[in-house]
Design a binder for this molecule. Sequence first.
Ligand code: TMP
Length: 235
Amino acid sequence: MEKREQMYEGKAKKVFATDNENYCIVSYKDDATAFNGLKKGTIAGKGVVNNRMSNYLMQLLEKQGIPTHFVEELNDRETVVKKVKIVPLEVIVRNTAAGSFSKRFGVAEGTKLLCPTLEFCYKDDDLGDPMVNDYHIIACGWATKEDLDTITDYTFKINSFLVDFFKKINVDLIDFKIEFGKTSDGQIILADEISPDTCRFWDATTHEKLDKDRFRRDMGSVEEAYQEMMKRIFG
Ligand code: TMP
């Protein structure tokens, strides 16, 4: 696979074209932002953790019947993925109240939810990624009813699998955000990443935060938290 021109640079990743029109190469950076880019920083080694963790989890999810963009890990920070058109939605699953859910609804962080909940946010930085419902999404054409049903079905399956996976390494999966893309032949697949940037991980015993909230909230030991997650997954 030949790496060609940079197609896009996001807050945490760069995307490069390749000599195969169906594939791209993503390159994970150590750059970290929060609050829609207002807070900026670096988390040393984050790109390596996010690349390796995402790739590992996507391969496990494939075995569970969830199609993903993963093709091949090239090195610590770079991975070949299927080229997709991203569905402009942040798909958020919550098992325990935290973050914006706690703030919006006045439910204390750490309150176990009676069932997993699903939220969609429309991906638009200028609008601050507003929360939207199924009707908004279909009416605005961000996804069809059929695609949304597929996304919803995959998302709850992904949640069940990930909750069990993290439980085995004594981590509670509090909530997470995923994104889906559509391939040129119209297939909906899991894209983007699954990492401490996009999930809330709490140690199941101590409830210590092992994710990007340590950066968002200036809690310190940010790098250590990412490395701890890496150690628990890969030994
Ligand atoms: P929230 O409680 O701030 O809405 O975040 C819910 C989950 O989504 C949490 O696991 C962090 C993740 N997330 C992202 O991946 N990207 C974002 O821009 C935000 C705001 C949250």
